[in-house]
Design a binder for this molecule. Structure first.
Ligand SMILES: Cc1ncc(COP(=O)(O)OP(=O)(O)O)c(N)n1
Ligand code: 3NM
Ligand code: MG
Length: 207
C-alpha cells in the first residue's frame, strides 16, 4: 500500500528546549501520517533516546517513523530510513532492513536518480526542493514538471522543500503522495499551533 499524507520532518533547532515530543505529538494529533527524525548532531546517546521515544509516539498514533541518514539506528529500532545521494547504498540498506522496511531516496529533480533508486529497492522517491527552503536554503532546486514522469515509475512519490499552506496545492494537484514539511509545521509558538497547521495541511492534501 502506498504511503499518503503529511510527512513531518524534525528539526533540531525548532524542536529544542523540550519541544520535540509535544510538537511531534501535536502534529500526530493533527493527522500527520509519517515522521522523519532528522538530527545532524553526533550525540549518539541522545539520538537513540529521542528516536526511541518518537517510535513509541508514532506507534501510538499508527504513524510511520523514518530515520534520516543513519542505517544502524534504523536497524536497531526496526523503523524506516531515508537516504540522500551521499548517505550510502540503498541496496545495502534493503539487505539489512528487510523487504518490509520503508526506505526513501532523495532524487532531487532527476528521473535518472529515481530509476536507479527504484532498481536498488527504494520504497518512495523524494523530489525537491520545489520552493525556497528556510530549513535547507542550499538544497538543489527541482522543476515541478518532473512529477508527471516520476509518477509513471509506480512508487510512492514524495515532495519536499519550502512547502507551505499557500503552495501545497501545486504539488497535490500533480498527484504527489507524501508532502514533506519542516518549517511550515514546526516553526510554531506552541503545540496547539502545530496541531492546527497539521490539520490544515492534511485537509489540503486530502482535498
Ligand atoms: C523526504 C526527504 N526528502 C529529501 C531529504 C533530503 O535528504 P538528503 O539529500 O540526504 O539531505 P539531508 O536531509 O540528509 O540533509 C530528506 N531528508 N527527506
Ligand atoms: C531536508 C530537506 N531536503 C530537501 C531537499 O530538497 O532535498 S529540502 C529540505 C528541508 C525541507 O524543509 P522545509 O519544509 O522547511 O523547507
Ligand atoms: Mg541525508
Amino acid at each position: 500500500m502506498k504511503l499518503h499524507g503529511l510527512y513531518g520532518i524534525t528539526d533540531t533547532e525548532l524542536l529544542a528546549n523540550g519541544r520535540l515530543l509535544p510538537y511531534v505529538e501535536a502534529a500526530l494529533k493533527g493527522g500527520m501520517q509519517v515522521l522523519q527524525y532528522r538530527d545532524k548532531t553526533q550525540d549518539t546517546a541522545r539520538r537513540y533516546e529521542e528516536a526511541t521515544a518518537l517510535k513509541q509516539l508514532c506507534s501510538h498514533y499508527n504513524a510511520q517513523l523514518i530515520i534520516n541518514d543513519d542505517l544502524l539506528l534504523a536497524k536497531e529500532l526496526a523503523v524506516g530510513l531515508h537516504l540522500g545521494q551521499e548517505d550510502g547504498s540503498i541496496t545495502k540498506a534493503r539487505q539489512l532492513l528487510g523487504n518490509n522496511a520503508i526506505i526513501g531516496a532523495t532524487c532531487h529533480g532527476s528521473i535518472d536518480l529515481a530509476q536507479r533508486a527504484k532498481a536498488e529497492g527504494a520504497s518512495y522517491l523524494a523530489f525537491g526542493r520545489f520552493f525556497p527552503s528556510k530549513t535547507k536554503p542550499n538544497a538543489k532546486p527541482a522543476d515541478i514538471n518532473v512529477l508527471s514522469e516520476a509518477k509513471a515509475l509506480g512508487l510512492t512519490i514524495c515532495a519536499i522543500g519550502g512547502i507551505t499552506l499557500n503552495n501545497v496545492h501545486l504539488l497535490t494537484k500533480q498527484g504527489v503522495n507524501l508532502i514533506a514539511v519542516v518549517n511550515e509545521l514546526f516553526d510554531a509558538n506552541n503545540a496547539e499551533q502545530v496541531e492546527k497547521r497539521a490539520k490544515q495541511l492534511v485537509s489540503t492534501i486530502f482535498l
